[in-house]
Design a binder for this molecule. Structure first.
Ligand code: SF4
Ligand code: SF4
Length: 290
């Protein structure tokens, strides 16, 4: 099963939930893989005590123009949907930060004046995490805007075996990075908090899962602050509330010290395992309905 853990906004406790779920399942002997897809600020390794023993670069091919062959026809700029190549005074200029590496300009150049060179966007790292978890993460280079290829290459690099449970820690928000991380998931756990901001961003995240056709459920973190509008929304939208995590000093201090919930309160191990069974039930019901 592939479970994506996401949230419409940052700071809701998404990574804490993802790491706690992975730990709870691994503790009962389930084979678990964990991919930290939050490539702009990955921190799940802190909760899972991952030790990296494998590493590789993430490269993307970008165009390089041979000016001796270029006639300045402008075809490359015409076909670039991202305005990453422009022709000024008969000379093409490539803005590599905007390039998506689609290769259209290279294909379309009538003079074969464009070749492709690799540009390193970030790195992938993997190694064992605590409780026998296969852990991997992507890390985007500082200042590099092109994060999607880092996520897609991370997912291709660490393909779980069919019997493994794969936990995907998605980036926060609802951008194309989140779409890329959720792609292929069987279920999405949306972590939110019962505040107006939490509700606003939860609605956007739910919209996204609906557009992707993915079943979702909600974990209410910092339960007890705010109001009941998140509950009301979940009820109206038919979204199961999978768990409530109270706002508590001991939990906050444990998370700040890099502890998953299963370590702060061992009883969370059973709670997450029960939640996993609930997800299995939801997916079995959906399959039976088809
Ligand atoms: S398409 Fe090729 S020949 Fe035309 S401007 Fe671009 S690089 Fe030059
Ligand atoms: S590779 Fe694609 S995105 Fe990059 S400059 Fe060429 S056409 Fe534009």
């Amino acid at each position: 099963m592939i479970i994506a853990v996401a949230s419409g906004k940052g700071g809701t406790g998404k990574t804490t939930v993802a790491a706690s779920l992975a730990t709870a399942l691994a503790e009962m002997g389930k084979p678990v893989s964990f991919l930290d897809c939050d490539v702009e600020a990955p921190n799940a390794h802190l909760f899972l005590g991952a030790v990296f023993d494998q590493r590789r670069d993430v490269d993307m091919l970008i165009p390089q123009v041979d000016e001796s062959l270029c006639t300045g026809c402008g075809r490359c700029a015409e076909v670039c949907e991202f305005h990453a190549i422009v022709v000024l005074g008969g000379k093409p200029l490539v803005f590599s930060e905007l390039c998506h590496g689609c290769g259209s300009c290279t294909l379309e150049c009538p003079e074969k004046a464009i070749s492709e060179i690799p540009k390193t966007l970030g790195i992938l790292e993997s190694g064992p995490g605590g409780a026998q978890i296969n852990f991997a993460r992507g890390l985007l280079n500082v200042g590099e805007p092109m994060a999607v290829p880092v996520i897609s290459q991370l997912k291709k690099w660490q393909v779980p075996s069919p019997e493994e449970i794969l936990i995907l820690d998605s980036p926060p928000g609802t951008s194309c990075l989140v779409v890329e991380s959720m792609r292929g998931a069987d279920f999405v756990i949306l972590v939110t908090e019962p505040t107006p901001f939490g509700l606003h961003d939860l609605k956007l995240a739910v919209q996204l899962t609906e557009e992707l056709g993915l079943p979702a459920g909600v974990i209410v973190n910092r339960d007890g602050v705010g109001d009941t509008k998140v509950d009301d929304f979940c009820q109206e939208a038919g979204l199961p509330i999978l768990m409530r995590i109270p706002l508590e000093r001991k939990i906050g201090a444990g998370i700040a010290a890099g502890q998953p919930l299963t370590e702060i309160y061992p009883s969370y191990g059973d709670r997450f395992r029960q939640m996993f069974q609930q997800l299995e039930g939801i997916l079995a019901d959906r399959k039976a309905e088809r």
